[in-house]
Every structure is written in structure tokens, then in C-alpha cells.
Write a protein that binds this ligand. Structure first.
Ligand SMILES: C[S@@+](CC[C@H](N)C(=O)[O-])C[C@H]1O[C@@H](n2cnc3c(N)ncnc32)[C@H](O)[C@@H]1O
Length: 256
């Protein structure tokens, strides 16, 4: 039997197939799943205001929203936004705290400042040449005593591997698998190919394929760009990089 196959054309939303699987695969990974919502929520100021770039399905958003008075989320993927809205619908007490807008970094202008500005699992989508613009935009939206938090600031080797299964989950009679292939492009970029396969029993019933760029942000270069934007790093694992550890989240926290 030939399974239906959907291939997202290059340049379309790289998360077009992800929303259905994103939380499922992270649930299987359990406490170790990155990004770690607790890292960001614990730094969010109680009763303050927050701005999140790239909330995706809201794994981190929901934890932050439990602490702050308001969170504005800028998300470019329509399918990811839809999942976040569906989750908010199940949490009436958060409905007046979370605002979800279609927008994309690095250039956006909201005309207001926030106590906490953060991006979780997003930096890999930002080309290093746009990092300076991104940080300048974040500073424009940061209260004088506010804090910026991010992750994926890593000294890791550029990903390069043949296709391998990286996530598996089962729901009812179906099994879901995601495999990835990585090809090194240069010191700061890899090209990734993800294949999502759905099995009903032993039959492969659906295949979805998406390809995208993965950008690397090295600690020294990030610290230098933060300084140019007027920010000083004050905490995070990126201050003591561990290139051999594959569970290093590469977190970095900065203030003016
Ligand atoms: C790996 S997901 C992380 C989602 C969520 N922050 C979490 O920690 O679970 C990355 C998300 O960032 C969004 N994203 C990537 N680049 C973006 C950009 N330049 N502006 C806004 N959102 C972006 C993607 O659409 C996707 O939903």
C-alpha cells in the first residue's frame, strides 16, 4: 500500500505539519523536553508584563501566563497559533491575560515596553546576520529594569547526520514517528529534513515532509551582539558552554 505523502514546498511555514505532534513528542520526552517551561516561568516577574517571540503551541506561554498579568505572543505560524488558541480556550482564567498576534521577528514594532521579553526554542530560526537587528528590537520593547531570556545559544558542532528517528509516540491504534536528517552548510548553518510517519498497525498511512534551515548562535558572538544592543548577560548555561553535552539548553539572560 502506498501511503499519502505531503511535502511542504521550501519557503512555506516549516511548522505546517508540527502542531499535531509538537506537544505529543515532548510529552513522551517528559521532564527533560526542551525548551524547559520552568526556566522561563521562574524568571517571569509576578504580576508583570511579558512579550514572547515564537510561542508555538504555548508550552512556555501557559506557564509564564500563570505568573504575569499579561503576555503578548508574536507567532508567524498560523497552525501553531491555532493550537495555542485551542489550549487557551480550555483555560478560561488565562483568556484575558494572553494576546496572540501574527507577527515575526526580527522587525516588529508594538510601541510599548515589557518587564520580561523571551524567546524559547526560536533562535535556531533567526539567521545570525539578523541577530543584531533582533536584539535592538527586543531592547526597544524592554522596560528599563526588564529582563531578556533566550535559549539555543550553543557551542555545539554543526549538525550533520543521516536520517534517524528522533521521536516516537502512540495514540490509540496509531504510532507516530519523526525522523530527521541534517546536512552541514557552513559553520553557522545546517539544512534539516524532517519526515513525520503515521502507522496504523503495521501500515504506513501518512507521510509528511518538511525541510528548513537551522542556524547556530555561538556564545561569544551572541554576547558581543547583546553588548552592542546595550545588554549585559547575567545568567545562563551559555556563560559556561558545554559543547559535548546534548542536553545543554544554551540559556542566556540579559539586562541593560
Ligand atoms: C521550536 S518552536 C518553539 C515553540 C515554543 N516557544 C516552545 O518553547 O515550545 C519555534 C516557534 O517559533 C516560531 N518562530 C520561528 N521564527 C519566528 C520569528 N522570526 N518570529 C516569530 N515566530 C517565529 C515558529 O513558528 C515556532 O512556532
Amino acid at each position: 500500500m502506498v501511503s499519502p505523502s505531503q511535502i511542504a514546498p521550501l519557503g512555506t511555514d516549516p511548522y505546517v505539519f508540527q502542531p499535531g505532534y509538537y506537544d505529543l513528542f515532548r510529552a513522551v520526552r517528559g521532564e527533560g523536553a526542551l525548551p524547559n517551561p520552568r526556566f522561563f516561568a521562574d524568571r517571569a516577574p509576578q504580576g508583570g508584563s511579558a512579550l514572547e517571540i515564537g510561542p508555538g503551541t504555548g508550552r512556555v506561554t501557559l506557564a509564564v501566563a500563570e505568573r504575569v498579568a499579561s503576555v503578548v505572543c508574536l507567532e508567524r505560524s498560523a497552525t501553531m497559533r491555532a493550537v495555542l488558541l485551542a489550549k487557551l480556550a480550555e483555560r478560561p482564567h488565562l483568556l484575558d491575560r494572553v494576546t496572540v498576534l501574527e507577527s515575526a521577528a526580527p522587525t516588529f514594532r508594538l510601541g510599548r515596553r515589557f518587564d520580561f521579553v523571551y524567546l524559547a526554542g526560536v533562535l535556531e530560526h533567526v539567521p545570525p546576520r539578523d541577530r543584531g537587528t533582533l536584539f535592538a528590537t527586543l531592547v526597544e520593547h524592554l522596560a528599563d529594569d526588564g529582563e531578556v531570556a533566550m535559549d539555543m545559544v550553543l557551542a555545539e558542532a554543526v549538525p550533520d547526520w543521516p536520517e534517524r528517528v528522533v521521536d516516537r509516540a502512540a495514540v490509540g491504534e496509531c504510532r507516530y514517528e519523526m525522523s530527521s536528517t541534517a546536512r552541514r552548510v557552513d559553520e553557522e548553518q545546517a539544512h534539516l529534513r524532517f519526515v513525520y510517519r503515521t502507522y496504523h498497525g503495521d501500515a504506513l498511512v501518512a507521510t509528511e515532509v518538511v525541510e528548513r534551515a537551522h542556524y547556530l548562535h555561538r556564545p561569544d558572538a551572541v554576547l558581543s551582539d547583546l553588548a552592542k544592543a546595550g545588554l549585559n548577560a547575567i545568567a545562563g548555561t551559555a556563560l559556561a558552554p558545554a559543547p559535548d553535552r546534548d542536553d545543554d539548553p544554551g540559556t542566556l539572560v540579559a539586562r541593560r
